[in-house]
Write a protein that binds this ligand. Structure first.
Ligand code: GLU
Length: 468
């Protein structure tokens, strides 16, 4: 079977992590089978489907590297097709026009509520042949009985009694198709083989099954994937933290880590946690998609991101990711060539969990001048400390090669000659070079900072602190 999947978001203003996970599972399944992955924008809600909201979806998909194979499909470009198909349903006695007023529908609902009956349309217009030139909706003629369940690749067989179903609306008075109607026409026209979407759609699928039957079309294979909950087991919402994928990008998460994390929301492969993209494509299948809800654990995402920063990406690759962040933070990196930028990153890589941490913590490398707090200066730059700094400057200045082993050796000789513990000299030197009391390893840092800048900073501290 030719595998064709699709991700069909309705633009809401964000690519929600739940949507992104649905997109990922569809993408992985298509890629695993060498099939096709379609991006379909369900944009019939004019209020929400603004160009900006659509752009946000593309942006999120691109950031995650979830590429789609055909031109993106827009439902608003397909309205004539929905109309054409609906006429077929009416002509073949599968659907009908209904012009019941809101008041009438409200009255039916009120009476049914009072009688504790299920709320459903009373089929008043089924046999009235409401003319097409009156404002109307089009309703589907639901069978009175029979099963309209389906076989789900995650949940197994799901039974559903058509007899309890309403004559649901296919097209509204404004001429726009409802979700359940448009989705069937689209999935059929786009030859979707597998409909993979969130569990929250399980209740819609029987209606769609009935529509496939009414059209005489074969149903696709359905797979409903588990919901994503917050740590408190409530449906994931803003209360739990960011729900927008791009917010995680802004917060310094790597798309590789995000993909890995999303893949593990409801799917597993033994007890493996870290996967390359190729491994995910290779291993992904529905046998290991769980039925139960998945929990979005931000701490796990943070851990995973840290693992990618520390172990999965090279310092050089991280430089590419950090350049825009450094620029945005106003850091002038022009004094550092590319290999030295990689050294800068290498000094920090082991302690950061996000790119934002890395960019922030490395900013001191690029600062035009170093300004420790008054308190740190007063505590650190004692007359002895300044004397040690002068001696350190003198010891490092003649070095012709500038690498951490040579720097450290020169420093050791100095601290032994002066008979002081290393920290006595390192403390003030660190403050002079970074403006802070903690920093990456001193000599790797000095190597990355380079000769001129290191010596200039030591010198600047000595000059600034010298008693007048
Ligand atoms: N637009 C629907 C949603 O965002 C699509 C559901 C489906 O995949 O059928 O939930």
């Amino acid at each position: 079977m030719r595998v064709v999947t699709r991700f069909a978001p309705s633009p809401t203003g964000e690519l929600h992590v739940g949507g992104a996970r649905t997109a990922l599972f569809n993408w992985l399944f298509a890629r695993h089978h060498g099939g096709t992955f379609i991006l379909r924008i369900e944009d019939t809600d004019a209020g929400r489907s603004t160009p900006e909201n659509v752009a946000v979806i593309f942006q999120g998909m691109e950031w995650l590297g979830l590429d789609w194979d055909t031109e993106p499909q827009f439902q608003t470009a397909r309205l004539a097709l929905y109309d054409k198909r609906i006429e077929t349903l009416i002509a073949t006695g599968k659907a009908y026009r209904c012009d019941c007023t809101k008041d009438r529908l409200d009255a039916i609902r009120a009476a049914q509520t009072a009688a504790s009956e299920p709320i459903r349309y009373d089929r008043h217009c089924r046999d009235l042949a409401v003319p097409a030139d009156r404002p109307h909706v089009v309703r589907f003629i639901c069978p009175d009985s029979g099963d309209c369940g389906f076989e789900d690749v995650v949940h197994g067989p799901i039974k559903f009694d058509a007899g309890v179903m309403d004559d649901f609306v296919l097209r509204r008075t404004d001429g726009l198709p409802t979700y359940n109607y448009a989705v069937v026409v689209d999935d059929h026209d786009m030859a979707i083989s597998h409909v993979i979407r969130g569990d929250d759609h399980i209740a819609n699928t029987p209606r769609q099954v009935l529509l496939y039957r009414a059209f005489g079309w074969e149903t696709p294979i359905f797979g409903h994937i588990p919901m994503i909950l917050g740590a408190d087991k409530a449906k994931l919402s803003k209360r739990h933290g960011a729900t927008s994928v791009m917010k995680y990008s802004e917060d310094g998460y790597l798309p590789e880590a995000m993909i890995n994390f999303l893949a593990r929301l409801g799917w597993s492969h033994g007890d493996q946690e870290l996967f390359t993209r190729d491994e995910l494509v290779q291993f992904f299948d529905f046998d290991h998609v769980q039925k139960t809800d998945a929990v979005f654990d931000v701490q796990k995402l943070q851990w995973m991101n840290g693992m990618y920063i520390r172990e999965r990406l090279t310092a050089d690759a991280l430089v590419d990711r950090l350049l825009p962040l450094w620029t945005a933070a106003g850091c002038d990196v022009s004094g550092y060539d590319r290999p030295r930028l990689a050294k800068v990153v290498a000094t920090m890589q082991q302690r950061a969990n996000t790119l934002v941490d890395l960019a922030r913590d490395s900013a001191f490398y690029f600062a035009a001048d170093i300004r420790p707090t008054d308190e740190d200066r007063a505590k650190t730059y004692t007359p002895e400390a300044l004397d040690h700094l002068g001696a350190l400057l003198a010891a490092l200045t003649p070095l012709t090669t500038w690498d951490h082993t040579g720097l450290e050796a020169a420093f050791r000789t100095l601290s032994e000659a002066r008979a002081v513990k290393p920290g006595v000299i390192i403390g003030p030197a660190r403050l002079a070079m970074t403006g802070r009391k903690n920093s990456p390893g001193m000599w790797e840092m000095a190597e990355a900072m380079g000769r001129k800048r290191t010596l200039d900073r030591l010198n600047a501290a000595i000059t600034a602190e010298r008693p007048a």
